[in-house]
Design a binder for this molecule. Structure first.
Ligand SMILES: NC(=O)c1ccc[n+]([C@@H]2O[C@H](COP(=O)([O-])OP(=O)(O)OC[C@H]3O[C@@H](n4cnc5c(N)ncnc54)[C@H](OP(=O)(O)O)[C@@H]3O)[C@@H](O)[C@H]2O)c1
Length: 247
C-alpha cells in the first residue's frame, strides 16, 4: 500500500496513537482528517499539525456516524484509507452484578459497533478508489485479556475476528484490510492520563512508525513490540501469559 498521496480518516485522531499516526501521515504527504468528541483536543491537534482536517463527531452515536460519512463523501471524495482507531477502556467489576453495565455498553458501542458500522458505511466509497485500505486498531489485550477490563478486551478480540472476516470478504476488491495490534502504550489518554514508561510499554510514535511500515509492506496483521510474541504463541503460552498479567 502506498503511504503518501492518500486521503485518510483517523477516528480518535486528536490524541494518543491516532494523533501520532495523523502527525506521521501528514508529514509523509497525505491529506489527514481526524475526528473526536472534544473540540479543544481537535483544536490542539490542529495547532500542532496545521495540515490536519478536524471534524467533531461522537462515533458512539449512530446518527453522527452517518453524518460523518455523508460529510466526508461530499467534501473528501478521494478518501481511500479509513483508520478505525477511536476507543475507550473501562475497569468493570461483574461482582457488582449489572451496576456497572452502562460503562460496558459505551465500550461495546464505541470499540465494536461503531467500527463495524463505519466499515460498512465507508466500504463502497473505498471500493471505488483504485487503491484503498482499512486499518482496524485492536490490542494485544484482545489475545491475552487483562481481567480488570473484561469488556474492553472482549471488544478487541471481536475486532480481531471481524477484521479477519472482512479481509477475506474483500479479497479481489481494491480494499486491503489491516489490523494494528499495539502493546501497552505509555503516552496516551486511554487510562485518563499517561502511565509510567516500562520495558514492556512503547510510545504512540513507535506504534505509528510500525503501522506505517506494515502498511507499506502489505503486512495485514501488524503486531507491535511485545504483542509479536503473543501472536506467535501456543494456547499454553497464552494461558501462561494470562496468569502472569492477571496476578
Ligand atoms: N494505550 C494503549 O495501551 C493501547 C494498547 C492497545 C490498543 N490501544 C487502542 O488504541 C486506540 C487509541 O487509543 P489511545 O491509547 O491512543 O488512547 P487515547 O489517547 O484516549 O485515544 C483515543 C481517542 O479516541 C477518541 N474517542 C473516544 N471515544 C470516541 C467517540 N465516541 N467518538 C469519537 N472519538 C472518540 C478520543 O477523543 P475524544 O475523547 O475527544 O472523543 C481519543 O482521541 C484505541 O482503540 C485503543 O483501544 C491502546
Amino acid at each position: 500500500m502506498r503511504t503518501s498521496g492518500n486521503t485518510i480518516l483517523i477516528t480518535g485522531g486528536a490524541t494518543g496513537i491516532g494523533f501520532a499516526l495523523a502527525e506521521r501521515l501528514d508529514k509523509m504527504g497525505n491529506t489527514v482528517i481526524i475526528c473526536g468528541r472534544r473540540q479543544n483536543k481537535l483544536d490542539e491537534a490542529k495547532r500542532k499539525v496545521p495540515g490536519l482536517h478536524p471534524i467533531r463527531c461522537d462515533i458512539s452515536n449512530r446518527f453522527e456516524r452517518v453524518h460523518l460519512f455523508k460529510r466526508i463523501s461530499l467534501s473528501y471524495r478521494s478518501l481511500n484509507i479509513l483508520i478505525n482507531n477511536a476507543g475507550i477502556q473501562r475497569a468493570i467489576s461483574f461482582r457488582n452484578g449489572d451496576r456497572e453495565l452502562d460503562n460496558a455498553e459505551d465500550e461495546i458501542e464505541t470499540n465494536l459497533k461503531a467500527q463495524i458500522h463505519l466499515s460498512a458505511l465507508f466500504i463502497p466509497l473505498l471500493a471505488g478508489q483504485s487503491e484503498s485500505a482499512m486499518i482496524n486498531v485492536s490490542s494485544g489485550l484482545g489475545f491475552v485479556p487483562l481481567a480488570r477490563f473484561p469488556v474492553y478486551c472482549a471488544t478487541k478480540a471481536a475486532i480481531h475476528s471481524f477484521t479477519m472476516s472482512l479481509r477475506h470478504q474483500l479479497k479481489g476488491t481494491s480494499i486491503k484490510v489491516f489490523e494494528l495490534i499495539p502493546p501497552i502504550v505509555h503516552d496516551t489518554e486511554l487510562k485518563g492520563k499517561p502511565i509510567e514508561k516500562a520495558d514492556w510499554t512503547l510510545s504512540s510514535a513507535e506504534v505509528a512508525e510500525a503501522a506505517v511500515r506494515g502498511l507499506e509492506n502489505d503486512q495485514y496483521e501488524i503486531p507491535v513490540g511485545p504483542t509479536k510474541r503473543w501472536l506467535a504463541s501456543s494456547k499454553a503460552d497464552l494461558d501462561r501469559a494470562f496468569l502472569e498479567i492477571n496476578q
